[in-house]
Design a binder for this molecule. Structure first.
Ligand SMILES: [Zn+2]
Length: 482
């Protein structure tokens, strides 16, 4: 304490002396006359500055010497570690200075400099758990993957830095596309730090990509437990995983288990359309028409969807068109204003050959929000009602350039999927598909071109198709259903 105070006082004295000297220099406007032991020197400004610098250096050496002598005296008085402590202190200071420089270099984006500083700090400090952290980031910054990997592996040795090492290696594997190793590392990282939200997300995504649905459900449970996921989102995602599990089981041929898993998925999230469809089909297979009806009805209430209608038709596969129209009233009474409901009603009426009723169902829809599907239905109605070929062609021509209507679209990358999948095929995000219309501009292309000769009764030569048709869609399903 006193020693520090003394240092400060000395420092102030030196500064004051310098300032005084400088003023003197200004006033004399030339040189300074110094007299030591009766010998006088005249110093010019430059010489004076050199002398001042030498004085400072001398002072610094004296201070160092004094602190060393103090350590020496302590040593002689029986404090055995005084001298080694003196040198340690010096080394430590140099090490931390180098580390601070390294961190500065990292922050200012100078990877190479940061690496050099980290190496210097390590030389003085011998604290790899600290210096390696800088070295790893610096290596990543300059793109030296080998060096970074080496450092991450070194970090694995220490308990305190193991997680950082595993995470670093995992990110490297992810970047290089080695998902199998990344998955193992993610599992390791998760076991080290189950509360780490980023690790949970990466692990979940890798497990879903690997079709490890039960593992993913466990990870999801951890996310809920550690509060990084709202309860309703958890429920929905759990349902998606349960459904994916059910599909896998069904694929392997175990229908009873798949049935249970599908019903479970539907219970967790009644609005998850593919789960409702699968659960309904499970009930149909078990001969339980009442439960199948209930499941679809509940899901239709939330989100009318053609797949639900298709599953609903399967409950009574052999009924007449009239009977079907009547039975479907359970669905069409709900959400009567929804475009999907209107189109369903039109389809059912077309099948029952009640064309005026079909027209009534979608007349306003084709005006307010025409889609290729509703316009194609309109063409079918005109055709059934015996209208001119020109009129039918008019509707079909409009259908070609109309928007496609809602589809399974990834919220994140807007990739359009023909069927629902738990993981986006384009950006590999989990549970990002929703049944919505593509943003304007992504004009849909004709799914109904192949139907032209059937409905019009001849090749539609005047229709110009601008783009190749993508995958087959609702119209085809509508056909099979109607
Ligand atoms: Zn996507």
């Amino acid at each position: 304490m006193i020693w520090s105070l003394l240092k400060i006082v000395l420092f102030i004295c030196v500064i004051a002396g310098l300032a005084l000297g400088a003023t003197q220099l200004m006033e004399t406007g030339g040189g300074v006359l110094v007299s030591i032991a009766n010998v006088e020197f005249t110093l010019g400004p430059l010489q004076l500055a050199v002398v001042a610098a030498l004085l400072l250096l001398g002072l610094w050496i004296v201070l160092k010497l004094v602190s060393f002598i103090v350590a020496l005296i302590r040593f002689l008085n029986g404090d055995e570690t005084a001298i080694s402590r003196y040198f340690d202190r010096n080394r430590e200071r140099k090490g931390f200075d180098a580390m601070a420089d390294g961190m500065m270099a990292l922050a200012s984006g100078e990877g190479k400099l940061a690496m050099a500083k980290a190496a210097k700090a390590e030389k003085y400090l011998h604290r790899p758990e600290l210096t390696n952290l800088i070295a790893a980031q610096a290596a990543e910054m300059v793109g030296d993957k080998r060096k970074a990997e080496e450092v991450y592996k070194a970090l694995l040795v220490d308990d305190r830095t193991r997680f950082v090492g595993v995470r670093g290696l995992m990110k490297q594997k992810l970047a290089s596309g080695d998902t199998a190793t990344a998955l193992k590392l993610a599992e390791k990282a998760f076991s080290l730090k189950p509360k780490h939200a980023e690790t949970q997300d990466i692990l979940l995504q890798l497990q879903a990509g690997d079709h490890d649905w039960s593992g993913a459900r466990k990870t999801l449970g951890a996310k809920l437990k550690f509060g990084t996921l709202p309860r309703d989102v958890h429920k929905r995602r759990d349902a998606v995983l349960a459904l994916s599990e059910a599909r896998e089981i069904l694929h392997d041929g175990s229908t009873i288990e798949a049935r249970e898993a599908a019903i479970e998925a539907n219970r967790l999230s009644p609005d998850l359309i593919p789960a409702a469809v699968m659960a309904a089909r499970s009930y149909i297979a078990a001969g339980n028409a009442r439960y199948a009806t209930r499941v679809i009805k509940k899901s239709w209430e939330v989100q009318p969807h053609p797949d639900l209608a298709a599953a609903f038709a399967e409950i009574e596969p052999n009924e007449s068109a009239r009977a079907r129209l009547k039975r479907f009233a359970t669905l069409t009474k709900q959400r009567a204003d929804h475009p999907e409901t209107k189109m369903l009603l039109a389809e059912l009426n077309i099948a029952a050959e009640d064309f005026p009723a079909a027209r009534r169902a979608i007349a306003d829809l084709v005006e307010s929000e025409p889609t290729s599907r509703s316009l194609t239905l309109m063409a079918a109605i005109e055709r059934g009602a015996g209208a001119d070929d020109a009129v039918v062609r008019g509707w079909l021509t409009r259908a070609l350039t109309a928007p496609r209507g809602p589809q399974w679209i990834c919220d994140k990358c807007h990739h359009i999927h023909a069927d629902w999948v738990p993981v986006c095929v384009s950006c590999h995000s989990f549970d990002t598909l929703s049944w919505t219309s593509p943003p304007p501009g992504e004009m849909a292309m004709p799914s109904g071109t192949e139907m032209l000769p059937l409905i019009v009764g001849g090749p539609a030569t005047e229709v110009v198709v601008q783009e190749p048709a993508p995958e087959p869609t609702e119209e085809a399903e509508a056909e099979t259903r109607a």
